[in-house]
Design a protein around this ligand. Structure first.
Ligand code: ADE
Length: 234
């Protein structure tokens, strides 16, 4: 998968050199391009924002650098033979980013992340991008971040680990929170007793049917307790 990121903080994404995603990049499963929006600014101060039309607090990102950055990325994509990229703008006003959306996006050829700062990006950037590619505004949840960078990192991690070959043991993707609509069951390892706390005996009995039933019950209990919204209406 090709991933492009447009940001005014390119150094933020140096963490993508390490860990599972770093290895996926080295092995060529993920091909990453990080673009400094200021390289596309029009003035020598490399300005990328301005005051909002209609007034109000804060600054809005100007459309021209964004337009040029998007054009450059899509031009390079054509050269790479990529046909139908997806451009994602992290925004608290977007659709909620879920495991199911991560699954869908993990099958794409190319994802472009546009990280807005300040009070947002001029709306015409999103409208223009939608004339060139499939576009989505995506939110990490009902809270406000300072910009799209942290949201982009989270999305790349959630999507990247679903790409075949990124995680060594694909079975570990099957039994985890949200993969079947429920929260994950609790896990234990050795020692059998630690600081007076014992591992549930069912896990040590070797009865696989009983273990599966216990784990299912734990999933349901946890989900009922902390995330009843995930359960179907009774
Ligand atoms: N940018 C600012 N807040 C955000 C959020 N909650 N999700 C995605 N992008 C954001």
């Amino acid at each position: 998968m090709r991933i492009d990121i447009v940001t005014i903080f390119p150094e933020f994404f140096s963490v993508l050199d390490v860990s599972l995603l770093g290895r996926a990049r080295q092995s060529g499963i993920i091909d990453l391009g990080v673009h400094d929006l200021r390289d596309y600014a029009y003035d020598r101060h490399r300005t990328v924002d301005d005051t909002p039309y209609g007034g109000g607090a804060g600054m809005v990102m100007r459309p021209e650098p964004w337009g040029d950055a998007i054009d450059g990325i899509l031009y390079a994509s054509e050269g790479r033979g990529i046909v139908d990229p997806v451009i994602l703008f992290p925004s608290p006003a977007g659709e909620l980013f879920t495991q199911s959306l991560a699954q869908q996006l993990s099958t794409e050829q190319q994802l472009v992340f546009g990280c807005g700062r300040y009070e947002g990006i001029d709306q015409r950037v999103v409208d223009y991008a939608a004339t060139r590619a499939r576009v989505k505004l995506v939110s990490m949840g009902d809270y406000v971040l300072n910009g799209g960078e942290v949201a982009t990192m989270a999305m790349i991690e959630a999507i990247g680990r679903l790409i075949p070959g990124v995680i060594g043991n694909p079975a570990s993707l099957v039994e985890e929170s949200h993969s079947d609509g429920l929260l994950e069951y609790p896990s234990y390892t050795k020692p059998a007793t630690w600081r007076g706390l014992a591992v549930p005996p069912v896990l040590m009995g070797g009865n696989h049917g009983a273990i599966a039933a216990w784990r299912r019950e734990q999933q349901l209990e946890r989900t009922r307790r902390v995330r009843p919204d995930l359960l179907p209406p009774e």
